[in-house]
Design a binder for this molecule. Structure first.
Ligand code: ZN
Length: 104
């Protein structure tokens, strides 16, 4: 299943699944577009790499919606660290996502 939307804060973001032809030229795996209300994700990714990319872009959305005043470099470092850490936790604990779903 390809996720179509992700709600972050008070906005809903369309997920734009990039193919080889429309992936960005800077070879990013994803990108958060606040004004366009879009999240671009490289559709050629799969598994933990894909989860990590979408978590990463969602966290950029959290930074944006929570009004965190971070410089670009600082934001990227924090978002990257948190996304990588969360992805690792999810990979290492297969029952965790199911447990979260039960609680929410
Ligand atoms: Zn980033």
């Amino acid at each position: 299943m390809k996720l179509k939307k992700l709600k972050i804060g008070y906005e809903s973001y369309d997920i734009d699944w990039w193919t080889a032809t429309n992936a960005t030229s800077n070879e990013a795996s994803g990108e958060f577009f606040a004004k366009e209300k879009k999240i671009g994700v490289d559709a050629r990714e799969s598994g933990a790499q894909l989860v990590n990319t979408l978590l990463h872009e969602a966290l950029h959305g959290v930074v944006y919606h929570q009004g965190l005043k971070l410089g670009d470099e600082q934001e990227e470092l924090i978002v990257n660290s948190m996304a990588n850490g969360l992805t690792s936790i999810l990979v290492d604990n297969p029952g965790f996502v199911a447990w979260i779903k039960e609680q929410l």
